[in-house]
Unconditional design. Structure first.
Length: 171
């Protein structure tokens, strides 16, 4: 008798949990850095207090970027794929976490003539740290595979009474 196979679950669970922890740590550090930057300065020596706050902000931001760099290195070394939603929240160039309104700016752009084509909308996310931008299609229907398009075209021409010759129109 053969043993029944037991579902092993997720392979590399430890690596996924480590990557998740690093992402959460980077998210926490980014929120702490933004809280420091937005905090009002109420001290008498504003120059030294603001210089100290700038140093703290840069140090915490660098720790956040280091956590993201480590997370990407771990996933590349273990050859595990990160979800596309997670990859959209990380700047590919400077490894900073993209938080809307704090570390990134996003807007909708329509490069068609006068914005007449609503299916040509593009979401642009700009990183405030390095200035680079990412572009994603918004609500664009995905095109069918070529084989399915050809098959559909053949069915339509057969229903209309055959294939049209050169110079003829299929009605």
């Amino acid at each position: 008798m053969a043993k029944t196979k037991v579902d092993a679950g997720v392979q590399n669970r430890i690596i996924y949990s480590r990557a998740s922890y690093l992402y959460q740590a980077a998210n926490y550090l980014t929120s702490c850095a933004n809280a420091i930057r937005d905090a009002p300065c109420t001290s008498d020596a504003k120059q030294s207090a603001s210089a100290n706050m700038d140093k703290q902000y840069k140090a915490i931001t660098n720790m956040s970027r280091q956590a993201i760099t480590d997370m990407r290195a771990i996933s590349l070394k273990a050859q595990i794929r990160q979800s596309s939603a997670l990859k959209r929240t990380i700047c590919k160039f400077c490894d900073s976490l993209l938080v809307e309104g704090q570390t990134s700016h996003s807007f909708i752009q329509n490069p068609s003539k006068g914005g007449r084509k609503p299916w040509a909308d593009v979401l642009v996310i700009e990183c405030k740290t390095c200035g680079n931008s990412k572009r994603y299609l918004v609500d664009a229907p995905r095109q069918m595979r070529k084989a399915l398009r050809l098959r559909k075209h053949e069915v339509l021409t057969d229903e209309q009474g055959g294939v049209a010759q050169e110079g003829e129109e299929v009605t």
